[in-house]
Design a protein around this ligand. Structure first.
Ligand code: ATP
Ligand code: MG
Ligand code: ZN
Length: 509
């Protein structure tokens, strides 16, 4: 007997249909799986055989050949256990129903329970697109399965459950589609209301959030850099449904979805350790997996102790930061993952950490400070619009019992500034000030006469580079947007200039 059963496969962030063909013949007993299976798929044979027996069904005697089509793409993982098992039982006549409109995904345990797998969301989305009417996914993946509307998703816990449903003995109910609520819920544990003082740093983060600018925080140990960075996601606009879906897809294929989470609605905050490899940041592996930069998609990537990162690791970030996507080439093929992120980097100003500190003395030699600073890759620094010095919080601020302004209030101002940008850049292909190209800068950054003069003076006196000039304009544009001002005025330029002064102080740009 021959039988075909539908399943899905993953290629990067997208899924495709896999036909699981099972042929059962009366010849020498055997069990083969062909169609570019990886080790996990090959091990499927043992799991399927044992699960069939332990679920109380008969393992057919004869030769079983399973083909996973299309056979030119390498199949990974254990998700084909369930469709292979269903195919075998059908080919053997132990199930007798038509399941042409069904797809099956799931790993089996030896006792016949169905274990969760990664990548359910992209697979269910694609199955729906292909017109598949019913899809069976592991119980443990139910929250993700319930995201997609327009396809019947059955969350199943055991082989027995699926078979009795297919045989019409005990019918299961499909999952109810979850509704996406766009109302802001304050679910970020870390809120700016806990940060005392630090008005300048908070203001800089607000500007960064409003214009989608990357930001660098420089300051002594314990000044609160990590504390501030961690709170950035809480002032970014709420995720749209599309953003949520994209971020969830990435975490779905990496198996990093929080337990019980359907859609990711919280903007990610990823803080890879400085020992992370370049591939760990951008993605890699034989079947390339997303890296930290993609796991941070639509959220924040935080590089703490920036000079400690491997130089290559810093440099591989440059292109993805520019493009918002990262392409990984491997023998198995080229894959592209999205990585639209805000980069927050933090560092001490010198090896001992106290260079420029108001009260403590730096013990580093001039040479070692320079060496330390020069470890930061220039091309990466070029992608960071705002540089901010974070000095330790003042005692009077720390001693103040009152809560600071909550993230929700800051987020409202950020939202207003983003709205202005969305309208302004409609149809231009860009969406925020950080993306302004030189050509757009002239079109969209109109300076008042006073602002123009101030910029000219600053440019001459500070010896700014052309690059610095572009960045000052972008940041000034965001400051004016936060101010609700069409034109860029003196105070906007003046503030924007502050965020470049460190660049000169430390790197002489
Ligand atoms: N402005 C502040 N308001 C309230 N608490 C603060 C503030 N600044 C620092 N702290 C406290 O000090 C701790 C240390 O801050 P944090 O770890 O963010 O410093 P850091 O600048 O990242 O230091 P390092 O350079 O050592 O990484 C925080 O966890 C927090 O408890
Ligand atoms: Mg820190
Ligand atoms: Zn020092």
């Amino acid at each position: 007997m021959f039988c075909t059963c539908t399943s899905m496969g993953l290629l990067g962030i997208n899924a495709y249909k896999v036909a699981v063909e099972v042929d059962l013949s009366e010849s020498f007993p055997g069990f083969d799986i062909v169609g570019l299976p990886d080790v996990a798929v090959k091990e499927s044979r043992d799991r399927v055989r044992t699960a069939i027996i332990n679920s109380g069904f008969d393992f057919p005697i004869g030769k079983i050949v399973v083909n996973l089509a299309p056979s030119d793409i390498k199949k990974a993982g254990s998700l084909y256990d369930l469709p292979i098992l269903i195919g075998i039982l059908r080919a053997d006549g132990q199930i007798d129903c038509d399941f042409r409109d069904c797809a099956f995904i799931g790993e089996l345990s030896l006792e016949g329970t169905i274990k969760p797998v990664t990548g359910i969301l992209p697979m269910v989305l694609e199955a729906k697109k292909l017109g598949i009417e019913k899809i069976f996914v592991p119980q443990g993946n139910a929250p993700e399965g319930s995201i997609v509307e327009g396809i019947e998703v059955y969350a199943v816990g055991s082989v027995g459950e699926v078979v009795s449903h297919l045989r019409g003995e005990k019918i299961l109910e499909p999952l109810k589609a979850m509704k996406f609520s766009e109302n802001p819920v304050n679910f970020y544990e870390a809120d700016f209301e806990d940060v005392k003082g630090q008005y300048e740093a908070k203001r800089a983060l607000e500007i960064a959030a409003a214009g989608f600018h990357n930001i660098l925080l420089i300051g002594p140990p314990g000044a609160g850099k990590s504390m501030l960075a961690k709170r950035l996601p809480s002032i970014l606009p709420e995720m749209t449904f599309e953003e949520s879906i994209e971020t969830t897809k990435i975490h779905s294929i990496c198996g990093t979805l929080p337990e019980g989470a359907g859609l990711v609605k919280k903007r990610p905050f990823r803080a890879p350790h400085h020992t992370v490899s370049p591939a760990g940041l951008t993605g890699g592996g034989t079947i390339p997996r997303p890296g930290e930069i993609s796991l941070a998609h639509n959220g924040v990537l935080f590089l703490d102790e920036l000079p400690e990162y491997n130089r290559t690791a810093m440099e591989v970030l440059r292109q993805p930061l520019e493009d918002g996507t990262v392409t990984i080439s491997r023998a198995a093929g080229r894959l592209t993952y999205p990585c639209s992120i805000m980069l927050v980097a933090a560092m001490n100003p010198c090896p001992c950490g106290y260079y420029g500190h108001p009260t403590r003395k730096c013990t580093c030699s001039e040479g070692s400070v320079q060496r330390y600073l020069s470890k930061v890759s220039g091309p990466l620094l070029d992608r960071i619009d705002l540089h901010v010095e974070v000095m330790p919080v003042e005692f009077s601020d720390l001693n103040n019992k009152a809560k600071s302004e909550p993230s929700s209030a800051i987020r409202e101002r950020v939202n207003a500034a983003r709205k202005i940008q969305n309208e302004r850049y409609k149809g231009t292909g860009i969406s925020c000030n950080a993306m302004l190209t030189p050509a757009f800068l002239h079109q969209f950054c109109v300076l008042t006469e006073g602002a123009q003069n101030m910029l000219k003076t600053a440019f001459e006196r500070m010896g700014l580079s052309a690059r610095a000039y572009d960045r000052i304009l972008k940041v000034a544009r965001t400051i004016a947007d936060l101010d609700g001002s069409e034109d860029i005025d003196v105070q906007h330029i003046a503030e924007a200039l502050q965020y470049r002064s460190l660049d000169r102080k430390y790197w002489g740009n």
